[in-house]
Write a protein that binds this ligand. Sequence first.
Ligand code: BGC
Length: 250
Amino acid sequence: MQILGIDVGGTGIKAGIVETTTGEIIGERVRIETPRPATPDAVGKALQDLVKQMNWSGPIGMGFPAAIQHGVARTAANIDKSFIGLQIAEFFSKQTGCAVHVANDADVAGMAEIRFGAGSDTQGVVLIITIGTGLGTALFADGHLMPNTELGHILLDNGFEAERYASEAVRVTKKLKWKEWGKRFNHYLVTMENLLWPDLIVLGGGVSKKLDKFSPQFTVRAPVVAASFLNQAGIVGAALFAETQLRQDG
Ligand code: BGC
């Protein structure tokens, strides 16, 4: 099945058509800036333009940076607060004229990695962390997802909320050297490991391409690897999520 996968981030919106049987992105990938302020109307309009530009009229899978329960956004850390309580699956379906299926962005990135990527050979507990404007988490046990874990908001023992201490946005705005930021990120990894005891940790987001620059700071016991789909995992996983929903519906 071919489905348009869209990864809505705090900074950019990325899209690509995904062949769901292989997890491959077909043709060009498109990236646009997330509108500021990222209100429902502004994001809806941007998505409408994106869909038109890609000449798409089929189903859409979307990863969205919020806790999502049955299509409704429950949090809004890096997007406009007016998303909270909105049935965004329906809202974006109306805006784009396509059937939109929405889940948390880290959860869908995790789905891609578990099905086709770095987590596909690991039984037991796999923790996927997406590093971007925020820190997203997806937790799998024997391939089953526990959705909306939101562990980027955990308080570290230094009093900081994790994503305000160790996200990519913090590295960039504070102009931290890789070593310095790597230590911060390791602090987060150690905290996660002591709570969840994962068998494998998979890192996604743009910086996963540069893992060798900050992995020397890691002291966790679990192996830490880059997402096989790097920062495309969200696009691929969004399409896989939509496919699962479509199969369930019909
Ligand atoms: C949001 C999560 C999201 C993560 C990565 C966090 O601020 O609360 O829902 O998965 O950012 O985008």
